[in-house]
Design a protein around this ligand. Sequence first.
Ligand code: MRU
Length: 364
Amino acid sequence: MKVGGVHYRTIWPGDDGASIEVIDQTRLPHDFETVRLATRADVEHAIRTMQVRGAPLIGVSAAYGVALQMQADASDESLDAAVKGLLATRPTAVDLGHALDAMVETLRPLPAARRAEAAWLRAAALADESAAACRAIGEHGVALVEQACEAGGGARVDVLTHCNAGWLATVDWGTALAPLYLAHDRGIPIHVWVDETRPRNQGASLTAWELGQHGVPHTIVADSAGGHLAQRGRVRLFLTGTDRTTARGDVCNKIGTYLKALAAHDNGVPFWVALPSSSLDWRLEDGVRDIPIEERDPRELTHVTGRDDAGRRVEVGLAPEDSPAANYAFDVTPARLVTGFITERGLCEASAEGLARAFGRTAP
Ligand code: MRU
């Protein structure tokens, strides 16, 4: 996607042929900065601190982390250490494990002398596959927006999204936002309600920024506004991404997604989830029981970082110093509350059968 008229992906190999570059998402929306990552430790740090974030991008970053490690030391021990270290960076997005599995599958059978080159090629292929899947999600999902527009007699389609499931969360295009970019490009009138997404504010900082860069009309709302908007008929479609979806269709996504799905259900508004196959966990069925939910530093809740009027980056506290805080980063929306999935294979029902059919597998 474009920033100031220039096409960017979120991650790319550096000019030196020995590092990668990423957009530092902790600096947005105020500063557009890129960072060079030269070692596996740099990549782990970038994932942990959320310089890179979003399920598909976490996976591709980890794949490049393995490539950086292989160029330093391509032994079996080094490969194992890379996988262990990268896997421990964030627990919820299953794309991370899938990408590391793909790297190991490619590299393990090779002699050490051939691993570095093969690792760079495999990581680049994973990046391309991920971007292509997101583009396909856009193509399939735009039909839903078009239908909603026709059903409304051509009126503007108001879509509510939570967190950032745009191109910043992926290599390119995004998941939930991909259909919206295509709809906008094709002249379908849309407007996006952007949940601020406390505590890291991915909606207010990242989704609003990328929609703005692309010229898509949007409005930032408080996380708790979705129910109110749905009750007043001001949301035609809820559309989110996912960090891990189980074989029966339970969706794990940013904390607060479940409450949006309940509000959608109560008001008869469709709740769709954009789902690349890299975010599917075929091993799990019961998402509430089995998906590991990341708990992050409570300081992300008790403090906010922003820019003051003088342009200085400042962090301020907003809670009593002795109040404990718990920072759950994700929640699970049961499949019964999900209208359907937009996948790179097309639209499908949010059920074991729907997913199995879409991906040519046997339902559990
Ligand atoms: O904690 P984050 O910012 O990595 O969480 C991201 C999300 O919850 C996205 O909605 C999710 O990764 C799916 S979008 C590609």
